[in-house]
Ligand binder design. Structure first.
Ligand code: NAP
Length: 302
């Protein structure tokens, strides 16, 4: 059979072709999906330039608003929503795209959310059965966006993500440039996930029969820990000195409101449902394997 005669696994639309969306589209394409990515940028970045012509780049800006043409989405079978909410009611991507999506034969819609919807647990573990207790503001808006997608009548699966890291989003550049800060807040931990485990978990969900896909799923690694531990290991890998430790209480007032809201929540998100329940095997169970892989990729090593 010639390459052209191979039936694609499906046609994927990534709403928000940013860091995670692009990495997912590339992985899905290697499994036989054709992919469309939306962006507010007129042209795709270089990393997508070498892809086949059916890997499309569509204009979409929920604020402008600027929408794809209905014909652009013909044949889309799977959708990943990777654009954030805007603080308004519901979700801006859904408000704009619902009429276009309603006409498509969709098998799956993944919505990338955050574990921020759980609120602060004082460092305790939290799973998908916990009632969300988001702080007012961004996390509350995120929960409302989740709820809007779940009420849309589409085959939606909500993926709740902690801090995302990966090649190009690692502590190495900050350490090399001397911009990193080693901040310590007693008892504070963060959950995180390597971008390729988001991609792997999404692809794993796609292979499951629809009735086995949980409507809400945490996608995170096994090892929540203080951010100082990550920086310590990253500086060890680079053989660089760590910056001086700063006590959180002493510097909190100087941090941006965004950074303060990040430090205000202490939570360990569990991946038990993803790994023990659905049988997904993490590529990077902790930051140790993950950071080593980031460094290899950032340095162009195999
Ligand atoms: N980064 C984290 O640590 C983290 C943690 C938990 C959850 N999340 C959430 O997970 C998702 C993916 O994260 P990411 O870091 O991969 O995101 P990202 O790189 O920032 O990509 C976001 C994408 O959304 C698009 N977008 C933003 N505003 C838009 C608008 N008004 N209209 C249309 N498109 C819009 C961006 O378009 P352009 O291409 O034009 O920029 C971009 O393609 C996001 O929803 C994020 O909030 C992130």
């Amino acid at each position: 059979m010639t390459q052209a005669a191979v039936k694609p696994a499906g046609r994927l639309l990534v709403v928000g072709g940013g860091y995670t969306g692009r990495r997912f589209a590339l992985a899905a394409a290697s499994l036989g999906f054709t992919a469309l990515l939306t962006s507010r940028q007129p042209k795709p970045p270089e990393e997508l330039a070498a892809l086949p012509a059916e890997f499309g780049w569509l204009p979409f800006d929920s604020q402008a608003p600027r929408l794809p043409e209905p014909g652009d989405l013909a044949g889309v079978s799977h959708v990943l929503v990777s654009a954030p909410p805007d603080g308004g009611p519901g979700d801006p991507s859904l408000r704009c795209l619902a009429p276009l999506l309603a006409d498509l034969p969709l098998a799956w819609v993944g919505y990338l959310s955050t574990t921020g919807v759980y609120g602060c647990t004082g460092g305790a573990w939290v799973d998908e059965t916990a009632p969300p207790r988001p702080r007012a503001g961004r996390s509350q808006a995120r929960l409302e966006a989740e709820e809007a997608w779940r009420a849309s009548g589409l085959p939606v699966q909500i993926l709740r993500l902690p801090a995302i890291y990966g090649p190009g989003r690692s502590p190495f550049a900050g350490l090399r440039s001397g911009r990193s800060r080693l901040i310590h807040k007693p008892g504070q931990v963060f959950s995180r996930v390597h971008v390729d485990d988001i991609v792997g978990a999404l692809l794993h969900c796609l292979t499951l029969p629809a009735e086995l896909r949980p409507p809400v799923l945490n996608v995170c690694d096994d090892y929540p820990c203080p951010s100082s531990e990550i920086l310590g290991y990253a500086s060890h890998l680079l053989n660089l000195k760590l910056p001086a430790v700063e006590r959180y209480d002493a510097i909190a007032a100087d941090l941006s409101p965004m950074a303060r809201s990040f430090w205000a929540e202490n939570r360990r998100a569990t991946n038990r449902l993803l790994c023990a329940g659905l049988g997904y095997r993490l590529r990077y169970p902790s930051y140790r394997e993950g950071l080593r892989a980031c460094l290899r990729e950032e340095e162009g090593l195999p």
